[in-house]
Design a protein around this ligand. Structure first.
Ligand code: SAM
Length: 342
């Protein structure tokens, strides 16, 4: 493969963060993501094999991708994730490798993943109440997620980040409690605005709990100070230092922070450095893309590395300027969050 420059789009943004979906299936049915009966899962032979996936990641790393985030569906439902991580960690330059997971299998996998080279983990948890968890995710797995979080922490996958989506009338009163718990446990809490990416098309702007509301709830209990913008880089979360609050002495962090991802009301597209590879080998340049770039077919039809490089560059050049959720006539993405890889 010839030496190639970075993946730059028409607006000068450089793609350095590759989100790789390992599988579209999930063990939960979170109401804002998937219907209780599940979805039509991808046939197994349409999923990229480990070798195909590693090849594409290797090519992307050669084009300046410095961070690979494994996601899904639920990525740990795929077999052999520690092996995949080890193969990614052996690439040069070595990318940062992280995983976004519902945490259910982390009790089993955290130590092996850390040993294989995983750097960080994001665990999704929307509530501290097992009954609410069942109501949101349609599975009785709250205790398993908590055990997974403890295992990740014990395995040194720091900082363990916890992502929560707040739903009006269901768990929107929990922001301060979730933050308090995370501060005590040593996790970094992040709240994410609900996006129109559910398979059921149930998203309702008026019902969405906004970043402003989340901050208002947090500020009723905690003293927060914005972390200056230069520290943000391309991170989707706006970060706040937690200066004071209840049980200060019991917090397990020296530099406590909380993140708020206002994807809808505070979009960060201008600094977006992300591209996504679906489990079936389609490149997406935005969560809200209406088109995908097929990498699987050329891979399976014998394309050379240089040909794949050209395809990747072409796709990234055509990356969307921004999502258009806030504009009249917004049309939803062609697939839902769990099918894309969040
Ligand atoms: N199963 C893994 C997990 O639970 O983290 C990885 C995939 S999941 C699709 C990734 C993240 O997307 C989770 O934090 C989930 O809460 C979030 N998510 C799913 N649907 C969403 C939506 N409509 N709006 C905002 N976040 C969403």
């Amino acid at each position: 493969m010839r030496a190639h420059g970075k993946l730059v789009d028409r607006f000068g943004r450089v793609a350095t963060d590759l989100r790789v979906s390992l599988i579209d299936r999930c063990s939960l049915r979170c109401a804002y993501c998937m219907p209780p009966e599940g979805l039509d899962w991808l046939p197994k032979d349409t999923l990229l094999t480990d070798d195909e996936l590693i090849r594409l990641v290797r090519i992307a790393v050669g084009l300046g991708v410095t961070e690979v985030r494994l996601t899904g569906g639920e990525p740990l439902l795929r077999r052999g994730v520690p092996d995949l991580v080890a193969r990614m960690a052996a690439l040069r330059p070595r990318p940062e490798i992280s995983i976004t997971t519902n945490g259910i299998l982390l009790d089993r996998d955290a130590a092996g993943l850390a040993a294989a080279g995983l750097d960080r983990v994001n665990v999704s948890l929307d509530t501290l109440d097992p009954e609410r968890f069942k109501r949101i995710a349609f599975r009785d797995k709250h205790a398993a997620v908590l055990a997974g979080l403890r295992a990740a922490h014990a395995a040194g996958l720091a900082p363990v980040k916890v992502n929560a989506v707040l739903l009006r009338g269901i768990n929107d009163d929990e922001a301060p409690d979730l933050l308090g718990w995370a501060l005590r446990e040593g996790y970094q809490m992040r709240f994410i605005e609900q996006m129109p990416l559910d398979a059921q098309h149930g998203w309702d702007r008026a019902a969405m709990v906004t970043a402003d509301e989340i901050l208002e709830h947090l500020r009723a209990v905690y003293a927060l100070a914005p972390v200056p913008d230069p520290d943000r880089g391309s991170a989707p979360a706006e970060t706040w230092a937690v200066l004071d609050g209840p049980d200060r002495a019991g917090w397990a962090q020296d530099n406590p922070r909380v993140g708020v991802v206002g994807s809808v009301t505070r979009p960060f597209c201008a600094d977006c450095d992300r591209v996504r590879l679906t489990a079936d080998g389609q490149l997406r340049t935005c969560l809200f893309s209406r088109r995908e770039w097929d990498l699987k077919t050329p891979v399976r039809e014998g394309a050379s590395d240089d040909e794949l490089v050209a395809l990747l560059r072409w796709a990234v050049q055509h990356k969307e300027l921004k999502h258009r959720i806030n504009e009249p006539g917004f049309v939803r993405a062609t697939r839902s969050m769990s099918q894309i890889g969040g």
